[in-house]
Design a protein around this ligand. Structure first.
Ligand code: COA
Length: 183
């Protein structure tokens, strides 16, 4: 967009959840998706996940931003509202990261992203989806409980900077595999 164009209004509409590609790396490492509570991954880390399409997947929730210009011209551009990363090796899957930009939280975006990751892992025959989360991350703990993850234990002082216990959780997937799991 040129600097001379005045945008009168920007309308944000919740778009779809889609699978990420290598073209998304810059957006996935944008500051708006980083937090104190989630992992901060390098572009190389995202690249490894995005290239390993048999063993890993990244799902992205994309907003549709409709820019209404002073010249009456409307243009649709997209913006990432959140992302999730999942890995699957043999029959074990791990939810590695989920993040939603600060201004778009509590609107069901993480739940939709995690549903896509769960369906993807189930379709690959994983028997369960595991994760670990900082013990103080109450929002993430509430999200995972809401999705049906069960408490599996605590790994003392698993995290550093700051030092903190990890809560281990797992979601059984057997009943989810089958013709309906097509992500
Ligand atoms: C955790 C996080 C991903 C949740 O994203 P979100 O899009 O706001 O979550 P959703 O709107 O889908 O919430 C689904 C459910 O989770 C629970 N939940 C989510 N955030 C919550 C909060 N701050 N407090 C209490 N419950 C919460 C609720 O049960 C919610 O359902 P409800 O809104 O109908 O009550 C988001 O807060 C975030 O990006 N945090 C920073 C990164 C992070 O810590 N990631 C997890 C570690 S990898």
């Amino acid at each position: 967009m040129s600097a001379q164009v005045n945008v009168r209004q920007v309308t944000v509409t919740q778009g779809t959840v889609r699978q990420g590609t290598l073209a998304d790396i810059a957006a996935l490492t944008a500051e708006s998706l980083q937090s104190q509570t989630g992992p901060r991954w390098t572009p190389e880390h995202w690249r490894t996940l995005l290239e390993g399409t048999d063993t890993a997947a990244v799902f992205i929730a994309e907003d549709i931003l409709t820019e209404d210009f002073a010249e009456e011209v409307c243009e649709d551009v997209s913006g990432i509202a959140g992302c999730v990363a999942v890995r699957c090796v043999a029959d074990l899957a791990e939810l590695e990261n989920v993040a939603v930009v600060a201004g778009r939280r509590r609107q069901g975006i993480a739940r939709r992203l995690c549903d896509a990751a769960i369906a993807w892992a189930a379709a690959r025959g994983a028997s369960e989806l595991r994760l670990e989360v900082r013990a103080s991350n109450l929002a993430a703990l509430a999200l995972y409980r809401r999705l049906g993850f069960l408490h599996q234990g605590v790994r003392p002082r698993y995290y550093s900077d700051p030092s903190e216990d990890a809560v281990l959780m797992a979601l059984p997937l057997q009943s989810r595999a089958g013709p309906g799991a097509t992500v």
